[in-house]
Design a protein around this ligand. Sequence first.
Ligand SMILES: NC(=O)c1ccc[n+]([C@@H]2O[C@H](COP(=O)([O-])OP(=O)(O)OC[C@H]3O[C@@H](n4cnc5c(N)ncnc54)[C@H](OP(=O)(O)O)[C@@H]3O)[C@@H](O)[C@H]2O)c1
Length: 257
Amino acid sequence: MQASTPGFGLRDKVVLVTGASSGIGAATARAFAHEGAIVLAAARRAAEGEAVAESIRAEGGRARFLQADVTREDDIRRLVETAVADYGRLDVAFNNAGTDGRFAPFVEQDDANYEHVMNTNVRSVFWSMKHQIAAMLRSGGGAIVNNASMGALIGFQNAAVYIASKHAVMGLTKTAALEYFPRGIRVNAVLPGIIDTPFQDHVWGDEAAKQAFANATVAGRSGTAEEVAGAALFLASGQASFFSGQGLVMDGGYVTQ
Ligand SMILES: NC(=O)c1ccc[n+]([C@@H]2O[C@H](COP(=O)([O-])OP(=O)(O)OC[C@H]3O[C@@H](n4cnc5c(N)ncnc54)[C@H](OP(=O)(O)O)[C@@H]3O)[C@@H](O)[C@H]2O)c1
């Protein structure tokens, strides 16, 4: 994907978004569809995922929900195979599905949480990129955007496993970028800060704690899922044709402080 025309140039691109039933994934699926892309919106919850796809179609966009659990390699393989079989290729993937797991001090962490978070946030991205890159090589190139976190750059109390998982996503991103940039596949990541989605509700449990965290940004607020979507579209587009292996931070200044 080379920069050639103004705008994102995503019309008719075949785009897979994981974790599209909620939050950042749903907003990004909508944003890709708004740019004219054909969106395959994947998640486990069928009712929520179908509702996102239906709302996109109601606004004139092209979207289809595919039920998938990203902790299962077979499901990931099927997502890529569906894109290729039904639309001829996979141009863009936004590997966004993720979990916070259970935040707790080190000594209270357990193996079950470790397995859950690492499978959902890391192994899924590893498998996804493996199958997506293979398909993109066959069709001549593409762009992958992984959803890491500002937590890929910093530590955070009580979040050892989540933080480690997001550092790992950046390691996968950088390595794949080096291997496949020469063959027409760019791999980058978005690194969101505090974004107002159900994820943050789950982390903090109550509105006051969530707001206190949001107040710790320079912006003095949480970001929106749409603000992350804009960054994901940019990285997926020809406008980012010289970006590879990068993590684009959108955090209202939290990390810069
Ligand atoms: N919100 C933030 O402050 C923030 C900050 C930095 C990074 N992030 C990252 O952003 C990503 C999206 O989070 P969000 O804030 O949009 O949270 P969210 O609203 O809770 O959405 C999480 C999405 O991931 C999907 N998902 C979870 N486990 C899955 C699995 N095993 N298979 C398939 N899909 C799965 C969920 O769909 P189903 O439950 O339907 O499967 C849902 O669509 C995550 O990777 C998260 O780490 C969020």
